[in-house]
Design a protein around this ligand. Structure first.
Ligand code: CP
Length: 313
């Protein structure tokens, strides 16, 4: 594996999950692997879990980290070639990526979707520019269209929780006051393509994810129907993909409640966090014993460790 930009870059998802679970049991077993290695972590957007879990994973592997917030610490980057840089952007990606490659052995990048220009977002300009001009492996810490570290942690959580063969797993859209990207939903759907499960996506009309990603997946527009008999319910908001970046509804009819969870097969509840209480899901679901969100966040460390170890091996 040269880079980790999407889940498809893993040589084998099942092996990566097994490796992460082994690392979770004995996190310091490979602490010599990262000796004299440095991971650069570049954030163009905020983070709690991704930043801390990836840093912790690096520590467990003996890797040193350097962190930079590009939103307020670094020079604003120019990505266009051949442009006259007389505006606000002070540094070209060509130099920035090449220089970071002198200081680091691996670089991890978080750069969200703008949600204003679908075509530009799908070009993944930040991530792909680093791929082009850096000389070291690149890890995606959530880009415009995917969040593969989250999806690997989700696969670990599903594996640890699995109670029967071919469970019913529902990814349900949930309300949110802000327009959110599609990255988590996309990567979860991609990850489910590797699972032996009855996978259903439930979202209101107008909120279908990119059909190139959900091709072959059952998509329904009736949440109650989808939740019936579910073994795992994963809630997540995303803005409209068709009416790109738009919020099409502001009611709370799709908020997940204990009454709705009663229609499931005692389903486990998952969410990538951060989560808005009593907007996305009510306290009763989040505080119930069915909620796996803290373990899911814990698994972010071992997902990152498995990826870092593979890249350094
Ligand atoms: N789930 C996740 O990526 O969390 P952060 O945005 O806090 O990193």
């Amino acid at each position: 594996m040269k880079h980790y930009l999407t889940l498809n870059h893993l040589p084998n998802l099942e092996t990566a999950v097994a490796e992460a679970i082994a690392l979770k049991k004995d996190p310091f077993q490979f602490e010599k692997i990262g000796r004299n290695k440095t991971l650069g972590m570049l954030f163009f957007n905020p983070s709690l879990r991704t930043r801390l879990s990836t840093q912790k994973a690096a520590q467990q592997l003996g890797i040193k980290t350097m962190i930079m917030n590009f939103s307020n610490e670094a020079w604003a980057l120019e990505y266009e070639d051949g442009t006259q840089m007389s505006g606000l952007r002070s540094e070209h990606i060509r130099e920035a990526a090449a220089v970071i490659s002198q200081y680091c052995d691996v670089v991890a990048i978080r750069a969200f979707a703008s949600l204003t220009d679908k075509q530009k977002d799908e070009q993944e300009i930040v991530l792909n520019s680093f791929i082009k001009f850096a000389t070291i492996p690149v890890i995606n810490m959530e880009s415009a269209t995917s969040h593969p570290l989250q999806a690997l942690a989700d696969a670990i959580t599903l594996k640890e929780y699995q109670q029967k063969s071919r469970p019913k797993i529902v990814l349900t859209w949930a309300p949110h006051p802000k327009a959110l990207p599609h990255a988590v939903g996309n990567s979860f759907a991609r990850m489910m393509g590797h699972q032996d499960a009855d996978f259903v996506i439930a979202n209101p009309k107008g909120y279908d994810l990119d059909p190139r990603i959900t091709n072959g997946v059952t998509v329904v527009h009736n949440q109650a129907e989808a939740l019936k008999g579910a073994d795992v319910v994963y809630a997540k908001n995303w803005s409209s993909y068709d009416s790109y970046g738009q919020i099409l509804r502001t009611d709370n009819k799709w908020m997940l409640t204990p009454e709705k969870m009663e229609q499931t097969n005692n389903a486990a509840f998952m969410h990538c966090l951060p989560i808005r209480r009593n907007v996305v899901v009510s306290d009763g679901v989040l505080d119930s014993t069915h909620s796996k969100v803290i373990e899911q966040a814990n698994n972010r460390t071992f997902a990152a460790a498995a990826v870092l170890k593979t890249l350094l091996s």
